[in-house]
Design a protein around this ligand. Structure first.
Ligand SMILES: *Cc1c(COP(=O)(O)O)cnc(C)c1O
Length: 357
């Protein structure tokens, strides 16, 4: 059977040698040597100032909200994974959904203004499937209105915008290193910031708010990444270029096969190549369901990603017409390191047969 994704498993002997190191150091967690090494290598690889690794991408978002002391309403996108919004709810912040652009699938920056109220504290856009948002426009809206910006960049590992990391934008960007993501540490995530003051505060927040032996922040939690996860990260990072090249080839093969019959996401002209997902858009939900059924009969399991539109889960709000419409028509196809050219061709053949039938 062919799943939508499979975690990348690095060389086991390399992982074992890191585990030997952990046994020797007897340092299992709390800013251990492997974690420090991983953070330094990630900052270098991504081309950013600070990488603070945490236990998962959801906690990365929650810690970001705390670090920026958000209150009240946060303007966000309904076209994302549930965690973008559920973390706001968890922190007692009110998500305000702004509709998306139906070509880029990102928050429609032309609509953000109309959702800003006296209670708005931040904008939380997502680089959907890694596609960079209109970052300069969002920055100017935020500046004009005194708002913070957090990018949920869970899909944007290694993505560049105008030749530099897209993670440099906003006050904080967050990553997920979950096993199914492009780069992973089994479970994990990170906060990225260019600001030294925020970095220090984030490190305190993720370690119970401990500042020193006498003082605490009152908003701390435990969001630390442990040494075993860091070891996995170091192994996967060694292979990341090969992983990207392989996945990019698969994505190009899908696109060549399907370009005449389906729509693809419009990628920001300043973006580097995206390696995380291969979303395709059908003319109707009916057409999507027919294709999905036929693929499943052949033991191929694509995923409706993202479905449903988050405004439909978290609010009574039915105003996000573009997001609701796209959610019903979009499907993510299988994409992982070991996927073979033959499998891709077979998947495309089935899709074509159903659509052109
Ligand atoms: C995966 C994901 C998250 C959550 O990350 P976890 O590490 O699974 O907690 C948040 N936002 C988006 C857009 C994601 O895809």
């Amino acid at each position: 059977m062919t799943p939508v994704t499979k975690p990348y498993l690095p060389d086991i002997n390399k992982l074992k040698s890191y585990i030997d190191e952990i046994y020797k150091s007897e340092h299992l967690t709390n800013s251990g040597p492997l974690l420090k090494k991983l953070e330094a290598r990630l900052a270098d690889y991504l081309g950013v100032k600070h990488v603070i690794c945490v236990a998962n991408g959801s906690l990365a978002l929650q810690v970001a909200y705390k670090a920026l002391e958000l209150e009240g309403e946060v303007i966000t996108t309904p076209f994302s994974f549930a965690a973008t919004t559920s973390t706001l709810q968890w922190e007692k912040l009110t998500p305000v959904f702004c509709d998306i652009d139906n070509k880029t699938y990102n928050i429609d920056n032309n609509l953000i203004d109309k959702y800003i109220t006296n209670n708005t504290s931040a904008i939380l856009p997502v680089h959907v499937f890694g596609n960079p948002c209109n970052v300069s426009e969002i920055e100017s809206i935020a500046k004009k209105n005194g708002l913070k910006v957090i990018y949920d960049a869970a899909h944007a590992f290694g993505v560049e915008y105008k030749g530099e990391s897209v993670l440099k934008y906003g006050d904080i960007s967050t990553l997920s290193f979950h096993a199914t993501k492009l780069f992973h540490t089994v479970e994990g995530g990170a906060l990225i910031t260019e600001c030294d003051v925020l970095e220090k505060k984030i490190r305190e927040l993720i370690n119970f708010g401990i500042i020193d032996s006498n003082s605490f922040l009152n908003s701390g939690t435990n969001a630390k990444m442990n040494e075993f996860e860091a070891a996995m990260g170091l192994c996967v990072l060694d292979d990341i270029e090969e992983i990207k090249v392989t996945r990019n080839k698969i994505i190009r093969l899908y696109k060549n096969n399907l370009k005449d019959i389906l729509q693809f996401q419009e990628i920001n002209e300043y973006s580097s190549e995206l390696s995380s997902y291969i979303p395709i858009v059908f003319e109707s939900e009916e057409s999507l369901l027919n294709v999905k059924l036929k693929l499943e009969e052949n033991e191929i399991y694509p995923r409706r990603y993202f479905y449903p539109s988050l405004n439909e889960i978290y609010t009574e709000d039915t105003n996000c017409i573009e997001s609701s419409s796209l959610s019903k028509k979009i499907l993510c196809l299988p994409l992982f390191f070991e996927l073979k050219e033959n499998d891709v061709n077979k998947i495309c053949k089935i899709i074509k047969e159903v659509i052109c039938d």
